[in-house]
Design a protein around this ligand. Structure first.
Ligand SMILES: [Zn+2]
Length: 294
């Protein structure tokens, strides 16, 4: 058994997602809350300038800046590109980072409850997720393909860990219930690592239900990029609920319904996420999969 040697709790990767930012500020004030005896704990406010401006980012999305080729590219000199290089350097100093675990705290305007975004499909990450699924039966688990190879996400700096998305919550807003639920989840993760490092095993599940992103869908737009429709009222806030072929997806400004044209049932998430309008994403379509745990 190889212990986890370092845990980084990161908030403010997006400067207007206050849940993670204020949790990190709390842990900076009260470091004993995240300290455990068998590993080193650290905190990071990832995009302080964006936070000062109360914006998601200054020049470009920090959470898309961590591909190895971009970290090594001396021509990339935006504020976030430089910040990504600094974060990478800071988090990979010393020896203990090679078995480091990173928890990246985010929030979403979509009605996703508490979602764990799985980092790589390493057995440890899956076992941690399965433990969390036992403790918190309402938790959801989501995966992007991009997490597997040359990931652009901050969470990919360390081999272990996850991102936590909580919502629905507006950008720039705190919600005490989501704050406390996220905080409790962090302590559960830290306690699991502490127990794992001591060789303690937990009863676990045989499979983990994971929502695997298969496709993202943009809003209908005209050639100038102007929206032609909104999320359909029957789909709004229905994250993780099944969407069948022919179900309403968008409603045009003239009141015409546009349906889901796919051939199989899917489970949309990040429905109407505010930060994704500029990314051309109205929702992410997922398939529900049962991952076997070894
Ligand atoms: Zn975010």
């Amino acid at each position: 058994m190889n212990p986890i040697t370092r845990v980084a709790v990161v908030g403010g990767t997006h400067g207007n997602e206050l849940t993670g930012i204020y949790l990190v500020k709390k842990f900076e004030q009260l470091p004993h809350l995240i300290r455990r005896s068998s590993f080193e704990s650290l905190t990071l406010l990832a995009n302080p300038k964006a936070y000062e401006l109360r914006r998601r980012y200054v020049e470009n999305d920090l959470n898309r800046c961590f591909r190895q080729q971009d970290l090594e590219d001396p021509h990339l000199r935006s504020y976030e590109a430089l910040q990504a290089k600094k974060i990478y350097r800071d988090l990979t100093t010393g020896k203990t980072w090679e078995r480091g675990l990173l928890i990246d705290l985010h929030s979403t305007t979509a009605n996703m409850g508490i979602t764990i975004i799985l980092n790589r499909q390493h057995p440890f990450n899956l076992h941690l997720a399965a433990h969390l699924a036992v403790v918190y039966p309402d938790l959801k688990f989501y995966r992007w393909d991009q997490d597997d190879h040359d990931s652009p996400f901050l969470r990919s700096i360390y081999p272990f860990g996850c991102a936590i998305e909580v919502g629905p919550i507006a950008q720039g807003v705190l919600n005490v219930t989501l704050f406390q639920q996220t905080e409790a989840l962090i302590y559960t993760i830290l306690d699991y690592i502490e127990a794992y490092n001591r060789g303690q095993l937990f009863p676990t599940k045989e499979t983990l239900t994971v929502y695997q992103c298969v496709q993202t869908i943009d809003y209908p737009r005209d050639e100038t990029g102007t929206l032609q429709a909104m999320i359909h009222p029957q789909l709004q806030s229905k994250d993780y609920e099944p969407l069948h072929p022919g179900d309403p997806m968008f409603l045009t400004f003239e009141g015409e319904t546009i349906v889901y044209a796919g051939e199989t049932v899917c489970y949309p998430v990040f429905i109407n996420e505010a930060a994704y309008y500029e990314k051309g994403i109205a929702m992410s379509l997922t398939q529900k999969e049962e991952l076997a745990l070894d």
